[in-house]
Ligand binder design. Structure first.
Ligand SMILES: NC(=O)c1ccc[n+]([C@@H]2O[C@H](COP(=O)([O-])OP(=O)(O)OC[C@H]3O[C@@H](n4cnc5c(N)ncnc54)[C@H](OP(=O)(O)O)[C@@H]3O)[C@@H](O)[C@H]2O)c1
Length: 295
């Protein structure tokens, strides 16, 4: 039996649905199971209550677990949350943690300059020195971040992607692909001590992304390039806390400064997962891109 964390979140909810779709039994750790009643509807998913930062709450979750897929929020408490979880797993006799990590697809920037990447590297290092077997799954930016209603998604009312990253290219990956890789990886031998980077199949400018959304929806979406200052002001007006605005600005700066991105499909290929193109992703989510535009 494998344990998954973070399954009520953006990526984890897609990952756990893929385990259920493939009828692979899993146990999931959730802080508040009553807030996620849909989890109980999924076949072969055993829901256990617990908090990753509270070792005493994890006894039932770790019972009989050999391998855990560790996902938590990309917020300021990520390092503490995941390091506590690693300590508790080691004390409970879990053998192997697969860390859901992250890596930018840009080719020329310094990973240490991004706090999100820095946090992931710090946790990866902690896990590697924990005595547990380890694996790092490092997706690039999620395609789902372009959906309306996300922090960095399209403005559906204006049908615009408002970004301060110039003509830089990114290689976003569909979380559905990551989920398929995660299911295959959790059942695979020979993944210990390895890091698996994965991007989507194309490095795209923001205009190329909105072209694909336009083609999928039959409505005209466009890239509206703005300055960093303007984007900060927009995020602040959306009510985002200053630390989140700072974090996003850091990401935008890095992406602006690193105009090229590297496509890496080696993980897709190793686990037999067909890479989803942005055009396919946009077609699958055409209703999501247009629903709010109509509202
Ligand atoms: N955004 C991207 O493009 C991108 C790309 C690559 C990698 N990543 C990485 O992917 C990871 C997941 O991101 P996400 O956006 O899917 O996260 P998210 O939507 O914020 O979800 C986080 C999940 O972690 C759970 N969690 C947080 N603290 C917990 C705790 N103490 N105990 C138990 N559960 C806890 C949350 O549960 P509750 O429901 O209880 O809050 C939620 O299920 C992050 O590490 C991020 O850096 C992101």
């Amino acid at each position: 039996m494998h344990l998954l964390t973070g399954v009520t979140g953006l990526s984890g909810s897609i990952v756990v649905r893929e385990f259920a779709r493939q009828a692979v039994p899993v146990r999931v750790l959730v802080r508040d199971p009553d807030a996620a009643p849909w989890l109980r509807e999924l076949p072969n998913v055993q829901v256990v209550r617990g908090d990753m930062t509270v070792a005493e709450s994890l006894t039932a979750a770790f019972d009989g677990i050999d391998r855990a897929l560790m996902i938590s929020s990309p917020r300021g408490d990520m390092v503490r949350t995941q390091c506590r979880f690693i300590d508790a797993a080691a004390a409970a006799g879990v053998r192997h943690i697969v860390k859901f990590s992250g890596k930018e697809s840009g080719t020329t920037f310094d990973p240490q300059a991004f706090r999100g990447t820095r946090w992931h590297l710090e946790i990866e290092n902690y896990l590697e020195n924990s005595g547990l077997a380890w694996t790092h799954l490092r997706p690039s930016q999620f395609m789902q971040l372009y959906l309306p209603g996300t922090l960095t998604g399209v403005d559906a009312k204006r049908r615009a992607l408002v970004m301060p990253i110039g003509q830089s290219r990114l290689a976003p990956v569909d979380i559905a692909d990551i989920a398929r890789v995660a299911v295959a990886m959790m059942g695979a031998d020979g993944i210990e001590g390895r890091a698996f980077d994965m991007t989507g199949p194309e490095a795209l400018t923001m205009s190329e992304i909105t072209d694909r959304i336009s083609a999928a929806t039959g409505r005209a979406f466009g890239y509206e390039e703005v300055t960093l200052e303007r984007k900060r002001a927009l995020h602040t007006a959306e009510g985002l806390p200053p630390e989140v605005v700072d974090l996003l600005e850091e990401i935008y700066r890095g992406r602006y400064a690193s105009p090229e991105s590297q496509v890496n499909l080696s993980t897709h290929h190793e686990f037999g997962v067909e890479p989803t193109s942005f055009a396919d992703f946009a077609r699958r989510h055409a209703a999501d891109f247009t629903a709010e535009a109509a509202a």
